[in-house]
Design a protein around this ligand. Structure first.
Ligand code: ZN
Length: 421
């Protein structure tokens, strides 16, 4: 039986506070949009008309309301699983056949993964075929959706299966310092994944081919040379078979480092704007943002694993959630559940760092291009195409936004252009 002690009550209070906070922030953002979303911001005049603005507002409200419903549902399911004694029951049932610690752990996590994946189906379908469809973004067929779903599960089953196997083996055989070895193993695993993603995983979902426009390719290659970046190829991806959203990204490390452009971006933006988008991405590399993020993540993960290792030996934790004795793999789930509401409150720190990096990459792009005009044109077009919210509530943007809000970001670029940057 679950025990209503100080730990559980504290956890429930923090959990409930987070849910209320999320609901309130969402409410604030949507009502801010209703109040201030009726006039096209000066910067977007000419690019966005009244009709488009109404569409942006409706899309923002629909997708954020849907997002909050999904979040609340997930939290309710987690609470139900924790409080109804499902975990002790599952652990006992798995234990019944005495398959040994590692197999027990794998089966335990597999059951939780199956439940979570099944519960996600209706939300995934609704997001694609109702919301994205309503605003003209969706190009996916039902068949493609299900094949994506199955492939996604297969990939994550293999990847998380390997990682979990490693973790369970360490927990089983290296009792005291497992967390240090796990940190090294996870780090190595992430590096391999970074390298393998563009050549092994991404091709399972999309076709990649060198971009056909040779003139554009030459311009991109020479831009990357000027930025001091070694890139092993410029590819276009058939993103249009899923959605009309536009994007471009850098991926891979070492020999697999490459640029990927969505075919939807190539079709809708002039070359100059595409160049500026890539100059921005190159700016991230020049400023070593990827490396800095990686180092910060590794430090945080070392601290996190150390804390997990400490909490895993705490009998009170297991008693609270209805276990008669500590089971390390269950402990991983319990500690995860305890940490997640707390980590939510640290989110503004990550968002602020990310926005700072984005501004630095914009600056580097302007230096590289010698002008800010194509970049601000590109951002205006991107925001309009993707129906980005033009008037987020400042608190909401501060809390969640990884990029400066479009109006602020574009105004900054236009000022640089005006100032002769
Ligand atoms: Zn960026």
């Amino acid at each position: 039986m679950v025990q209503f002690n100080i730990l559980l009550i504290g956890f429930l209070l923090v959990f409930a506070f987070r849910s209320l906070f999320q609901l309130a922030l969402n409410r604030l953002n949507v009502s801010h949009l209703r109040k201030h979303g009726k006039h096209v911001p000066r910067i977007f005049q000419g690019a966005v008309d009244e009709e488009k603005l109404a569409k942006i507002s409706a899309y923002t409200a629909d997708s954020s309301n849907f997002g909050i419903v999904v979040t609340m549902f997930d939290q309710a399911v987690l609470l139900a699983i924790l409080l109804a004694g499902f975990l002790p029951w599952l652990s006992e049932t798995v234990n019944h056949w005495h398959p040994g610690f590692i197999v027990q752990g794998l089966v335990f996590f597999a059951v939780l993964a199956v439940i979570s994946n099944l519960l996600q189906i209706p939300f995934g379908l609704y997001s694609t075929f109702v919301i994205e469809e309503r605003y003209g973004f969706n190009t996916r067929t039902l068949r493609l959706w299900f094949s994506d779903w199955i492939k996604g599960i297969a990939v994550s089953a293999v990847l998380s299966g390997v990682l979990l196997l490693l973790l369970l083996a360490l927990l089983n055989y290296v009792r005291n310092t497992w967390w240090l070895w796990a940190w090294i193993a996870i780090g190595a695993f992430e590096l391999i994944l970074l390298w393998a993603y563009p050549v092994v995983i991404a091709p399972l979902f999309n076709k990649f081919e060198p971009i056909g426009n040779e003139e554009l390719r030459d311009r991109i290659v020479s831009l990357m040379k000027r930025a001091g970046l070694q890139v092993r190829g410029v590819f276009q991806m058939d993103a249009g078979k899923r959605s009309k959203h536009t994007n471009a990204y850098f991926t891979g490390i070492g020999r697999t480092k490459r640029i990927v452009l969505f075919d939807t971006l190539l079709a809708s933006h002039p070359e100059e704007e595409i160049m500026s988008v890539l100059a921005h991405e190159a700016g991230h590399w020049r400023k070593k943002h990827v490396l800095k993020q990686l180092i910060v993540m590794e430090i945080l993960s070392l601290i996190g694993l150390y804390l997990v290792a400490k909490l895993l030996n705490w009998p009170f934790l297991y008693q609270t959630f209805g276990f008669t004795e500590p089971v390390a793999y269950v402990g991983l789930v319990l500690v995860g559940a305890l940490i997640s509401p707390l980590s939510y409150f640290l989110r503004p720190i990550g968002s602020a760092i990310s926005r700072r990096f984005e501004r630095e990459a914009d600056d580097a792009a302007v230096t590289l291009m010698g002008t800010a005009k194509p970049m601000s044109d590109a951002l205006i077009r991107l925001a309009a195409e993707n129906l980005a919210n033009l008037v987020p509530h400042p608190l909401y943007a501060w809390y969640y936004y990884s990029h400066p809000p479009p109006v602020e970001r574009i105004a900054r670029l236009q000022q640089m252009e005006g100032g002769g940057a």
